[in-house]
Design a protein around this ligand. Structure first.
Ligand code: MLT
Length: 427
């Protein structure tokens, strides 16, 4: 007593020095992947630039991530659904794995009116990218795949992960056993199908990410005829369909004969600012069959029931509000805002003397830097103008020499980016 109590110190057990390894073999397919997924790699380089230049005010024209608030009428519907969950009457647990009936019906009547798509053929999900992986899981490792080159990296990377491909060939910068269909200014961004070998699956994105180009009706008729002749399945990614302002098709089902050969994915991400909310859908027509006559929709349903528990009920309430008359008008307003950004960026690059593509029916402008490496141009724009873009070669070897500028951004940032680009590349 009277003396300070002895101090008790907690001493951690010494950390074991020897590294312990499991005896689990790494999935060889994951070992085939080159570097990281494109967008985290871009974020890494952006952060490295920021670490060296802490005062840099970086503007992103990189990843296609929406920036403007979700329209009130849609956010309020999600708010009401969330509040409802705290009441006995409004609470709901697991929903149908395929999505709420009302939302499936609204998707069919809004985006597929007159095209013969049934509510029961629409699977609501947490996004088109996730559905692409689940489709790959359904297809399995033993089939062949074709992609547009350049293309959205999730198609190729998920093929590699599933084991559909061989090793990466650094010489041509392509994975073996994938058919890359070149889409360049020379062929008007539509592949020469007469020179394309048959594959089981053809991934096709229109309006296209990254080139911003849209396939015409005649081109899609050619694609559907090609798939029918070869007995292939088209996975048609229509995530940017709402941006189409001319008479290009918004859905592959506008093309007669597509129901027997095409699956379509769609997304609310770029329509309503749902990149973080997560809501999309996939259409699998009843008529689509494997070679033995088994309906593909039954397998996709099986995959969804096993690997997915249905989209968030709050997000689905938002999706339903998107498709109300007020929601549709609000989405159109949002899309018009991004389209004006796109027009401004496209006009700037054109004025600066670059050959510029896309940027009319899509929120992406595809800019050519002849004879230069895409990653070098990316670094130049990042280090000299503090602007993040996306290097074209990140979308496949066909993107080399191009850079993609995304039009998702606050207007003041787009205006500022234009100013900096003019300083960097103006005469
Ligand atoms: C992109 O920048 O290409 C998009 O963010 C892709 C996506 O929607 O996942």
């Amino acid at each position: 007593r009277g003396r300070a109590a002895p101090r008790v110190r907690c001493v951690a057990e010494p950390i074991q020095k020897e590294a312990v390894r499991t005896r689990v073999k790494r999935n060889v397919n994951l070992g085939k992947l080159q570097a990281g997924y494109l967008f985290p790699e871009i974020a890494r380089r952006r952060n490295a630039h920021l670490a060296q230049n802490p005062d840099a005010r970086i503007i992103s024209l990189g990843i296609g991530d929406t920036t403007e608030p979700i329209p009130k009428v849609i956010a309020e519907a999600m708010e009401a659904a969330a509040r409802g969950l705290s009441t006995l009457e409004g609470y709901s647990g697991y929903g149908a794995e395929q999505g709420q009936g009302a939302l499936r019906g609204a998707l069919a009547s809004t985006f597929y009116k007159g095209l013969g798509v049934k509510d029961s053929e629409i699977f609501v999900s947490d996004g088109a990218k996730c559905d692409i992986s689940r489709l790959q899981l359904m297809f399995g490792p033993a089939l062949s795949v074709a992609v547009q080159d350049p293309s959205y990296p999730a198609y190729v990377d998920s093929s590699v992960m599933l084991g559909q491909t061989g090793e990466y060939d650094t010489g041509v910068q392509q994975y073996r056993n994938i058919v890359y269909m070149p889409c360049t200014p020379q062929n008007n961004f539509f592949p020469d199908l007469s020179a394309t070998p048959r594959t089981d699956v053809i991934f096709f994105c229109s309006p296209n990410n990254p080139t911003g180009n849209t396939a015409s009706r005649a081109q899609l008729e050619e694609l559907v005829a090609f798939a029918r002749k070869n007995g292939s399945i088209i996975v048609y990614d229509s995530a940017y369909a709402i941006y189409v302002e001319d008479d290009s098709p918004k859905s592959i089902y506008e093309i007669p004969g597509a129901r027997e050969v095409a699956i379509e994915t769609g997304s609310f991400s770029k329509y309503a600012g749902f990149t973080g909310v997560r809501l999309g859908w996939t259409v699998v027509p009843d008529e689509l069959q494997y070679e033995d006559g088994f309906p593909v929709i039954r397998d996709f349903n099986r995959v969804m029931c096993t690997c997915f528990n249905g989209a968030s009920n709050i997000a689905q309430a938002g999706g339903l509000a998107c498709l109300s008359p007020e929601g549709l008008a609000a989405m159109q307003e949002l899309v018009a805002f991004y389209k004006e950004n796109t027009r401004m960026l496209r006009a700037t690059f054109t004025e600066l003397g670059f050959s510029t593509y896309g940027g009319v029916n899509a929120p992406y402008v595809w800019v050519q830097f002849p004879g230069r490496s895409s990653w070098d141009v990316f670094e130049e724009i990042l280090t000299k103008a503090d602007i993040v873009t996306t290097p074209g070669s990140g979308f496949g070897p066909g993107g080399e020499g191009f850079v993609r500028a995304s039009a998702f951004g606050h207007r003041k940032n787009i205006v500022e980016a234009i100013d900096r680009l003019k300083k960097l590349y103006g005469k």
